[in-house]
Ligand binder design. Structure first.
Ligand code: C2O
Ligand code: CU
Length: 462
C-alpha cells in the first residue's frame, strides 16, 4: 500500500488548539458486572449457497461502557486455544492491560479471567485478543468498545463502522494455512481478499435525510491501511483514537485509517438525500463500496454548521516542558530493507538465522521483546521518543496505556493518538507523560510485523 502525499493533504490544514485539561470524571461507587464469552462464530457470508464461514469472536456486536464507571468483566474462553483481552486505547491499570506473557498469563481454553477497571476517557476504542495476536485477529477475535460520555452527546443517531478484511481460500473459508506466512510477515502483513463492515458484506445502515450522525470508524484489519471516502456527505472529524479535537475539522479528503486507528466523525445527511450514500474505500482502481447509508425518509433538521467539540477527556497537557527522557527508536528490517543482523532473545543472529526464527524486523537492532525496556520513567515524567522508519514499509505504531502527540507535518501537534501511521522513510517525535506504573508495549499494529520483531516496551515506575 502506497501512501501518497495527496492522501495526507486534509491533515495539513491548521486549526487544532490544545485541549483544556478536565477535572477527572466522577467515579461511581458501584461496580457494573459484565460477562464476555470468546467463542467460535459462523458467518453466512455466501448464503444460501455457500457454507458458513467459521470465525472466532466475542458474543456481542459492541461493548458499551460508561466513563468513570468501574466494571468487572468476566471473560470466559470457550475457544480451543488460550487467549487474553486487551482494551486498546484505554488508560487503565497495567495488570488489566491483557497482554499475555507480560501483564498476565493467557486464559486457558475453558478458563476465565476477571478484568476490573474504570475507563477514564470517553470515546471509541476496541477490545481484541493479545495472545497469538496475528492469528486471533485474523480469525476475528475483536469487538468495538465504546465508552459513553457521562452526559449524552446530542446527535440524531450514532453508528459504528468496524472495517476489516479477511483472507479466504478457494473453498470460501478462512485461509488458515497462510497464517504465519513469511512472505506476508516480511512485506506489508496479511492482507485479505474480502472486505467487511461490522462483519457483514456491504451492509446498509438506516439514516434519515437531514440528520446529524456520530459515525465511529475503526480499522481492525491485521495489516490493511484503509483509505475511506464519504463522497456525498458533509463530514467533520470529531475525535481521533478516542480523544476529541478541540475544534472539529472539516473532512474534505480521504481519511487514512491504518490498522487500529479510530476516528469519530460528524455527518450531516443532506436534506435532499435519497436512496443510498456509499462509504467507499479508495484503491488503485475505481473506489470500492464498503457499506451504504440508506436514506429512509426525512427528519427535521435540528443541527447545522460546524459542530461544537466533544467534551475533553482528563488528559494532562504536555506544555512546552523539556522531556525528562529522550530516546530514539530506529525501525529497520523487512523486504528490501537493510537489516543484516539483529539481537533476538539475547543473541546476535545473521539474517538467515533470523528468517529461520521468523524474525525479520527490529527496533534499535533488537528483534522482538528486549529483556530491558526501551526506557524507564517515573509516573508523571515527560517522555519523547524519536521514531525513525528506516524501512520501505508504512507502520502503524501503537503505544499501550498512553496517548501521545506527534510532530508529523500532517497532524497538528495537539492531536492525540494511541496509534500513528508512519510512511516509509518518515521520522517523528512522539511525546507523552508516563502515567500508570507497569510495563507498556510499543509495537507495530500491522500485526505480522509485531510477531516478526517490531515490539518493545517501556517501564513506568510509581
Ligand atoms: Cu491493539 Cu498491543 O494492541
Ligand atoms: Cu509495521
Amino acid at each position: 500500500m502506497r501512501l501518497s502525499r495527496r492522501d495526507f493533504i486534509w491533515l495539513t490544514a491548521a486549526g487544532l488548539v490544545a485541549a483544556p485539561a478536565l477535572a477527572s470524571a466522577s467515579i461511581t461507587p458501584d461496580t457494573r458486572r459484565l460477562k464476555l464469552v470468546l467463542r467460535p462464530e459462523q458467518r453466512h457470508w455466501f448464503a444460501p449457497l455457500g457454507e458458513p464461514v467459521g470465525l472466532w469472536g466475542f458474543d456481542g456486536d459492541e461493548l458499551r461502557l460508561r466513563q468513570g464507571e468501574t466494571v468487572d468483566i468476566e471473560v470466559e474462553n470457550r475457544l480451543p486455544n488460550p487467549s487474553s483481552v486487551h482494551w486498546h486505547g484505554l488508560r487503565i491499570d497495567n495488570a488489566m492491560d491483557g497482554v499475555s506473557g507480560l501483564t498476565q498469563d493467557p486464559i486457558p481454553s475453558g478458563g476465565r479471567f476477571i478484568y476490573r477497571f474504570t475507563p477514564q476517557d470517553a470515546g471509541t476504542f476496541w477490545a481484541h485478543s493479545h495472545h497469538q495476536t496475528y492469528e486471533q485477529l485474523a480469525r476475528g477475535l475483536y469487538m468495538p468498545l465504546i465508552v459513553e460520555e457521562s452526559k449524552p452527546v446530542d446527535v440524531d443517531r450514532e453508528l459504528t463502522l468496524t472495517l476489516d478484511d479477511w483472507r479466504l481460500n478457494e473453498s470460501r473459508q478462512l485461509d488458515t494455512r497462510s497464517l504465519g506466512d513469511m512472505h506476508d510477515w516480511a512485506h506489508g502483513g496479511r492482507v485479505g481478499n474480502l472486505l467487511t463492515v461490522n462483519r457483514q458484506i456491504k451492509p446498509q445502515l438506516r439514516v434519515r435525510a437531514g440528520e446529524r450522525i456520530r459515525l465511529r470508524l475503526l480499522n481492525t484489519a491485521n495489516a490493511r491501511i484503509m483509505l475511506v471516502k464519504l463522497p456525498e456527505v458533509p463530514a467533520w472529524i470529531w475525535a481521533k483514537d478516542g480523544q476529541p479535537l478541540v475544534s472539529p475539522r472539516e473532512l474534505n479528503e480521504t481519511l487514512i485509517l491504518a490498522p487500529a486507528e479510530r476516528y469519530d466523525l460528524v455527518l450531516d445527511i443532506p436534506e435532499q438525500a435519497t436512496g443510498v450514500l456509499p462509504v467507499q474505500l479508495e484503491s488503485d482502481q475505481a473506489p470500492v463500496d464498503l457499506a451504504y447509508l440508506r436514506v429512509d425518509g426525512g427528519a427535521d433538521r435540528r443541527f447545522s454548521g460546524t459542530p461544537s467539540a466533544l467534551p475533553a477527556n482528563p488528559l494532562p497537557l504536555l506544555g512546552d516542558a523539556e522531556p525528562v527522557h529522550r530516546v530514539q527508536l530506529d525501525m529497520t528490517g523487512g523486504a528490501m530493507g537493510s537489516l543484516r543482523q539483529a539481537v533476538y532473545r539475547g543473541q546476535t543472529f545473521g539474517v538467515r538465522e533470523l528468517v529461520k526464527e521468523k524474525q525479520i524486523w527490529a527496533f534499535n537492532g533488537i528483534a522482538n521483546m528486549p529483556e530491558q525496556p526501551l526506557l524507564e520513567a517515573r509516573s508523571g515524567e515527560l517522555i519523547e521518543i524519536e521514531m525513525i522508519n528506516n524501512t520501505r514499509w508504512p507502520h502503524s505504531m501503537h503505544l499501550h496505556g498512553h496517548h501521545f502527540q506527534a510532530d508529523l507535518a500532517r497532524y497538528d501537534k495537539e492531536l492525540w493518538h494511541d496509534t500513528l501511521v508512519m510512511a516509509a522513510g518518515e521520522r517523528t517525535h512522539i511525546r507523552f507523560r508516563a502515567d500508570k506504573p507497569g510495563s507498556w508495549l510499543l509495537h507495530c499494529h500491522m500485526i505480522e510485523h509485531q510477531a516478526a520483531g517490531m515490539v518493545s516496551w517501556i517501564r513506568v515506575l510509581a
